[in-house]
Design a protein around this ligand. Structure first.
Ligand code: ACM
Ligand code: ZN
Length: 530
């Protein structure tokens, strides 16, 4: 039975095993040197096998062969073919990304103990089979909000490794917020000097004061470059998000001259939506934002740059002489139209530098620049369908009640996370192709620690990764639960502390929906110490 997550498209088991022995070789062509190193790092410590490398021109008996094969373009740019026979393993794809995903599958054909990277255990072998596999969507995203809480380099690197295991390929990095600015900008040093720290945090909606515990942190340019390269080696694009015009209080605390009123402001210690946003009337605001974005583009090669655009109250713009002058000068109808004008100005600036703007679906106003990609999270799905049909607008889908990892398990149980279908009904195939994919956001207002992050994200992200990769018709909840058991042990050996299976599906809901057709497996190993 297949234990792999996400479930492969075609899976054909056969008899026998390929044994890993001291004679096992990894054969690879030049372009797969990095993939081969990755495989050797996984296999060598646990198996105690000194894996030898050799060129991959011809298959060698007893070898694991990684190579490119142009004929496999029929499986798409990220697809792969994996054949395990008693005499050898052949992993091929038309790109190194495909081989990398094949490696993530091969890894799950080995006992979970392989992840311990501990010295020799006994009798490692891989079951014989043929897999041909490719993703459903080209955009398979995970978003981390580090504006609310800074989690830091080590956590991000580990999350990138976990994304790779799940065959996810877009890390949407929410780096600026009312509560913190997390990215060093040479031209505006106060963004991190002032904007990256707050004196405390209101720990609940009902607190009457903040907790008095200072919180802060930011990434240097060197760290960002390191993280971008680490992601690229795992075929993950990092799409930075620099929020505008709203959720910008930390930046305005540092540079109040880019607001409507001139401030002064402080970095937010509460969560919510704040009235003070960037002024759309002052030219200086655009010089500032373009300077910031110029430095962002130097670091992030992503073709997509996210500018937020959600939750921008218009109170200040309504009262601001500069914003009102802009509305008159540009012949705009109102402040909503001013936000579209603002977004289009940034979109054009990005486009002239070869990048595309992405915004949350509040940017979807009349006249939004054609090239802008919209991330749907809340509101009328009819608007998505209309924009698809009339403008061929491209979307990424992140429905609030089905993909937000910050929800409690009572609101979004594992079964709901698994069942999410990103394509709105009633689209023809050409319209469907405008949905680039799906993304799973983790907002961190209530996620101050790594333990909480793990609990919120796992195992729901595991369920969601299957939606992003596997054809909808092949998904099945009971079978997913069966495959989840070994996968959870793998996650635990990788240092993750997922929510326990008794917590991910509130009991009353389980009864009501009858979602579990097989008994839930109990976790066997204790989670590792923090
Ligand atoms: C959002 O959740 N405010 C995009
Ligand atoms: Zn203004």
């Amino acid at each position: 039975m297949c234990n792999i997550i996400p479930l492969p498209v075609l899976y054909q088991p056969s008899l026998g095993y390929f044994p890993l022995t001291t004679e096992t070789r990894i054969q690879f062509d030049e372009s797969n040197a990095w993939n081969a190193a990755f495989l050797r790092n996984l296999l060598s410590p646990a198996t105690g096998i000194g894996l030898h490398s050799s060129p991959a021109d011809l298959p060698v008996e007893g070898a694991i062969r990684l190579h490119l094969d142009a004929t496999l373009a029929r499986l798409g740019q990220e697809g792969y073919r994996l054949e395990v026979r008693p005499g050898g393993v052949d992993l091929a794809a038309c790109t190194t990304a495909g081989v990398f995903y094949g490696f993530q599958t091969l890894r799950q054909l080995l006992p979970v103990e392989i992840e311990e990277r501990s010295p020799a255990q006994a009798n490692w072998h891989i079951p014989c089979l043929l897999i041909e596999d490719w993703p459903r969507f080209p955009w398979r995203g995970f978003m981390l909000d580090e504006g609310r809480y800074f989690h830091g380099r080590d956590t991000v690197l580990q999350l990138l490794d976990l994304m790779a295991l799940h065959k996810l390929n877009v890390f949407h990095w929410h780096l600026t917020e009312d509560q913190g600015w997390r990215i060093a900008v040479k031209k505006y040093p106060r963004l991190v000097e002032i904007g990256s720290h707050r004196p405390g945090t209101y720990r609940s909606m009902f607190s009457s004061r903040h907790d008095g515990c200072p919180h802060g942190g930011y990434y240097t340019r060197e760290e960002l470059r390191e993280i971008v390269a680490y992601a690229a080696a795992r075929h993950i694009t990092i799409m930075p998000e620099i929020e505008m015009p709203g959720h910008s209080l930390a930046a305005l605390a540092a540079y109040p001259e880019f607001s409507c009123t001139g401030g002064p402001f402080s970095v937010a210690t509460r969560f919510g939506i704040f009235a003070d946003i960037y002024c759309a009337g002052k030219e200086a605001t655009f010089s500032f934002l373009q300077d910031v974005l110029s430095e962002v583009l130097e670091i992030f090669p992503s073709p997509f740059i996210h500018i937020g655009g959600d939750e921008a109250p218009k109170k200040r713009w309504k009262a601001c002489p500069d914003c009102q002058r802009r509305i008159r000068k540009e012949g705009l109808k109102n402040e909503e139209a001013l936000q579209t004008w603002f977004t289009n100005r940034i979109a054009a600036w990005l486009e002239s530098r070869g990048r595309r703007l992405v915004g949350w679906n509040q940017v979807l106003g009349k006249g939004l620049a054609q090239g802008a990609v919209v991330q749907y999270w809340l509101g009328d799905l009819q608007e998505v369908s209309a924009a698809l049909k009339h403008e061929r607008r491209q979307f990424v889908m992140s429905a609030y009640l089905d993909t937000y990892l910050d929800h409690g398990y009572n609101l979004m149980p594992l079964s709901r996370a698994y069942r999410y279908e990103p394509l709105p009904a009633g689209l023809d195939p050409e319209e469907q192709s405008c949905i680039l994919g799906v993304e799973f956001p983790l907002w961190t207002e209530w996620v101050p620690s790594r333990a909480r992050l793990d609990y919120q994200a796992f195992p729901r992200l595991t369920a969601m990764a299957e939606t992003a990769w596997t054809p909808a018709g092949k998904k099945e909840l009971a079978d997913f639960h069966r495959r989840l058991e070994p996968f959870l042990r793998r996650l635990e050996l990788l240092g993750v502390r997922p929510a326990s299976l008794s917590e991910v599906e509130p009991g009353w809901l389980r009864k009501k929906l009858g979602v579990f057709t097989i008994p839930l497996p109990q976790r066997k190993t204790a989670p590792p110490a923090p």
